[in-house]
Unconditional design. Structure first.
Length: 533
C-alpha cells in the first residue's frame, strides 16, 4: 500500500528527561499483522502505549518523532480528540485481563461502556451488540455471561471478553500486548486463531507485541526487533527466521529451550512414590450445608520419582498440577499414600513432618510475589535455616554465600532488596532460597513462565547443572512444553485431576498416545495456523 494506516517516524520516549525509546520507525498497513518483539524492558509496550497516548504524562514525553493515523499526528491531539480514537478506531488488548477488567463491573457493563461512548446506542441495542460480540469471540452461552464478573471466568474466557471489548466498534487497528502470555497452550492456540479469523473478517490491522517467537513465526507478516529501546532489525517474517542479520536477533532466535536432561544415575533409588493419591474438595449445598458432591481436584494419582530425576507435570489450568504438588508437600489435605525418603507422609503429624520439610522445597512462578519486599535478599535466603534451628551466624552466612554462588550470583547482593533485580535474577534468588537447606526434592511450579526466552534458557541450564551436582529430584510443573521437554526424564499429563498419560518423556513426546496429549502437543509445536494475511 502507498499510504500506511499507521506510521511511527523517528519516535522517542523519555521518562523524567531520560530517554528509554529512541528513533523508532514503523509502518502498519490495513489487514496486516506486524509483530514488535524483544525482551522485557526493550520498549515494546512503551512504544505501543504511545500510539494511544496512554503513557503517564507529563512525566512521559516525546523528544522526537510523530505518529500518523488518518492523516493526523496523534502526538499533537488533545485528550478529547484522542478519546474519540481510543476504543473506536484503535483498540488495545492488554497482557493480563484480570487486572485490566474492572472487578466491580459485569461483563455486560464493561463491554457496553465502549458502545455507549462511541456508538451512542441505547440499552437494548447495546445488549444485542454485546451478545453478538460474545458469540463472535467464541464464548459459550453468552446470555449467562452478561451478569458475570471477571473473577467468575477462566483466564481464556477473560481474554475473550477483552477481545470483545476491543472489537466492539470494529476498529481499524488492534494492538495486542502479549495477549497469550498467561494462558495454556491450547487456549493460546484458540485465542490466536480467533484473532486471525477476526482480522480477516474485519480487514483489521494488528500490531502484535510479544516475546514468544513461535507465535510471531505463525501469525505475523513482518517483524520489528527491539533491544534496549532501539530498533535493531526489521524484515518479513519468513526472511527474518530464515536469515537473521543482527547478532541480537540471532540470539533471540537461538534462545529456544533445547537439550536433554542430565542422564539418570544407574541404580538410582526411589525418593518419592504416591499410590492412589486423592484430593477431593466437598461441595456443600442447602441450608444445612450438606455435602452434595466432591470436586475431584486430584484423583487416583500414582507416580514414582527417583533421586536425580525430573518428573514433568503438564496440563491446562485447573487440571490439578499444583494441587498434586501441594498434597505431596503436605500443604493440602489428601488421601492415599505418599512415600518420601522411606516415610509415609500421610501417617505423620504436622509436628513430625516439619523436620522433613527441609528436604522438600518449592520454587514458585512469580519470584517477586514470593520474596518479601521488606527483607534483604540474604535474610530471605537464610529464613529457612532459622526455621530449622540453625542459629550459628557464621554457618548461616557461609551457606547463604554458597547458595548464591550455586545459582551464579555474587555474594554481595545479599545486602540488597528484591526490587533491585531483574525477573531472571529474582528467580535465581528464589532457587537459592530453596537450595540453602540442601533439599533432596524441589517442586518447581511454573518457574520460567514469566521470563523471556533468553532468561528461560539460562534458568534451564542452571537447573540441569544443579541437578547433576547435587543429585536433586525435581517435580517440574509447567504449561510450557518446550521447557518441560528440555528438563524432564518422566512425564505426567493431567486433565481434570486424572493422569491421562505418563511414562518416559522422550517416548511420549515422540509418540503421544492419548488424544488430550496429542491436542496439547499440537497446540504447542504444530504449525496449525496460517499467517495473519
Amino acid at each position: 500500500m502507498d499510504t500506511p494506516l499507521l506510521s511511527l517516524e523517528n519516535l522517542s520516549v523519555a521518562f523524567a528527561g531520560k530517554t528509554v525509546v529512541e528513533g523508532i520507525h514503523l509502518t502498519l498497513n490495513a489487514g496486516e499483522c506486524v509483530a514488535l518483539v524483544g525482551e522485557s524492558g526493550s520498549g515494546k509496550s512503551v512504544t505501543a502505549l504511545s500510539v494511544l497516548g496512554l503513557l503517564p504524562y507529563p512525566m512521559a514525553s516525546h523528544p522526537t518523532g510523530k505518529i500518523t493515523f488518518a492523516q493526523q499526528d496523534l502526538l499533537q491531539l488533545k485528550e478529547p480528540q484522542l478519546r474519540s480514537i481510543r476504543g473506536n478506531k484503535i483498540s488495545m488488548i492488554f497482557q493480563e485481563p484480570m487486572t485490566s477488567l474492572n472487578p466491580l463491573h459485569t461483563v455486560e457493563k464493561q463491554i457496553g461502556e465502549s458502545l455507549f461512548l462511541h456508538a451512542a446506542m441505547n440499552r437494548k441495542q447495546a445488549k444485542a451488540r454485546i451478545l453478538e460480540l460474545l458469540t463472535l469471540v467464541g464464548i459459550p452461552e453468552p446470555e449467562k455471561r452478561l451478569k458475570q464478573y471477571p473473577h467468575e471466568l477462566s483466564g481464556g474466557l477473560r481474554q475473550r471478553v477483552m477481545i470483545a471489548m476491543a472489537l466492539a466498534n470494529e476498529p481499524d487497528i488492534l494492538i495486542a500486548d502479549e495477549p497469550t502470555t498467561a494462558l495454556d497452550v491450547t487456549i493460546q492456540q484458540q485465542i490466536l486463531e480467533l484473532l486471525n479469523h477476526l482480522q480477516k473478517k474485519l480487514n483489521m490491522a494488528v500490531l502484535l507485541i510479544t516475546h514468544d517467537l513461535n507465535i510471531v513465526k505463525r501469525f505475523a507478516d513482518r517483524v520489528y526487533v527491539m533491544n534496549q529501546g532501539k530498533q535493531v532489525e526489521t524484515a518479513k517474517t519468513t526472511d527474518l527466521f530464515a536469515s537473521p542479520k543482527e547478532p541480537y536477533t540471532q540470539l533471540l532466535l537461538g534462545a529456544e529451550p533445547d537439550g536433554k536432561p542430565s542422564p539418570l544415575p544407574e541404580n538410582s533409588e526411589t525418593l518419592l512414590q504416591t499410590e492412589s493419591l486423592k484430593v477431593w474438595f466437598p461441595i456443600h449445598t442447602g441450608l444445612f450445608k450438606r455435602v452434595k458432591d466432591h470436586h475431584k481436584a486430584v484423583n487416583d494419582i500414582n507416580l514414582t520419582l527417583k533421586r536425580g530425576e525430573t518428573l514433568g507435570v503438564v496440563g491446562e489450568s485447573g487440571s490439578g498440577k499444583t494441587t498434586l504438588a501441594l498434597a505431596i508437600l503436605r500443604l493440602a489435605k489428601s488421601e492415599g499414600r505418599i512415600q518420601f525418603a522411606g516415610k509415609d507422609l500421610n501417617q505423620l503429624t504436622q509436628k513430625t513432618v516439619k523436620p522433613l520439610r527441609k528436604q522438600m522445597q518449592i520454587v514458585f512462578q512469580d519470584p517477586f510475589g514470593s520474596l518479601s519486599p521488606r527483607m534483604l535478599v540474604g535474610e530471605s535466603i537464610a529464613e529457612g535455616l532459622d526455621v530449622h534451628g540453625i542459629t550459628d551466624k557464621a554457618e548461616i552466612e557461609t551457606r547463604v554465600i554458597q547458595a548464591l554462588k550455586d545459582v551464579g550470583l555474587p555474594s554481595e547482593i545479599r545486602n540488597r532488596y528484591p526490587h533491585e533485580f531483574s525477573g531472571g535474577q529474582r528467580q535465581r534468588i528464589a532457587i537459592a532460597r530453596a537450595l540453602v537447606l540442601r533439599p533432596e526434592l524441589i517442586v518447581l511450579d511454573e518457574p520460567t513462565s514469566a521470563l523471556d526466552r533468553t532468561v528461560q534458557k539460562q534458568i534451564i541450564e542452571l537447573l540441569r547443572d544443579l541437578q547433576q551436582r547435587y543429585q536433586l529430584s525435581y517435580l517440574f510443573i509447567s504449561h510450557d512444553l518446550a521447557v518441560v521437554k528440555a528438563l524432564s526424564h518422566q512425564l505426567l499429563v493431567m486433565k481434570s485431576g486424572v493422569a491421562v498419560e505418563q511414562g518416559d518423556a522422550n517416548k511420549i513426546f515422540a509418540n503421544p498416545a492419548h488424544p488430550y496429549t496429542q491436542q496439547l502437543f499440537k497446540a504447542a509445536f504444530g504449525d496449525t495456523a496460517r499467517p495473519c494475511a
